[in-house]
Design a protein around this ligand. Sequence first.
Ligand code: OAD
Length: 248
Amino acid sequence: MESAGAMDSIEQVKRRIAAARHVTVLTGAGISADSGIPTFRGEDGLWRDFRAEDLATPEAFARDPKLVWEWYDWRRGIIASKSPNPGHRALAGLEKKVPGFTLITQNVDGFHALAGSRDPIELHGNIWKVRCTRCGEVSINRDVPIPIPPHCETGEPACGGLLRPHIVWFGEALFESDIQASMGALQACDLMLVVGTSGVVWPAASFAPVARSAGAYVVEVNPNPSALSDQVDQVLQGRASEVLPRLL
Ligand code: OAD
């Protein structure tokens, strides 16, 4: 049974959405948790004994590309067997209802686009894209399993360079165009939703404070307290796949 306070909060955010001219949303692994994808810092976040910070780095890839590819291959296998949930679909629906809308995701699973969101900013890249460490070519690769390690087949004769995931790793800079587009949307929005992120990885962790100091009303959707919870205007405590559909 839901408390009257929680109902009020949902109603209040619904009213704000109805009045908003630009809504910006930041999502993290939590929105895909209800699709069955493990979060990074949740109970199932470890692969073998490694944390994401041990594998998602250029140093880890230079040291042991096969190990890093085994981790991505495992994740690609899980993602390929799952699909977007009502939380992803609610955001795709919200986009159609408000005049201005920007979706920024830290997730690399591609589920927002699959659910119908147009042009989400994929801040950390996409797990179905690979990039050649020799010729720089970016291409889509949906092989599951992928040959480990995979090599570039671009050109005649084939380039043969080692492929890496087209993912922004710890210690690497985000793509400049994504930062520009995100900053513009954070400055422009009057309402921001922060969904399913622990708020500990930068620069995404700074996005809610940036939007808030630019005047936006910031709402967090998360079943647990996060590093951002005390920096937002409203916390809607709950799972993204339950809370987001109710906001529409
Ligand atoms: P985390 O794993 O750090 O945090 C997941 C968040 O989702 C936590 O705050 C959970 O409480 C919340 N959560 C769990 N279930 C949820 C549900 N059903 N609905 C809503 N929220 C739920 O994931 P991120 O914050 O996305 O980067 O992590 C940020 C980055 O760190 C990732 O993009 C990844 C990782 O290392 C790279 O790999 C480069």
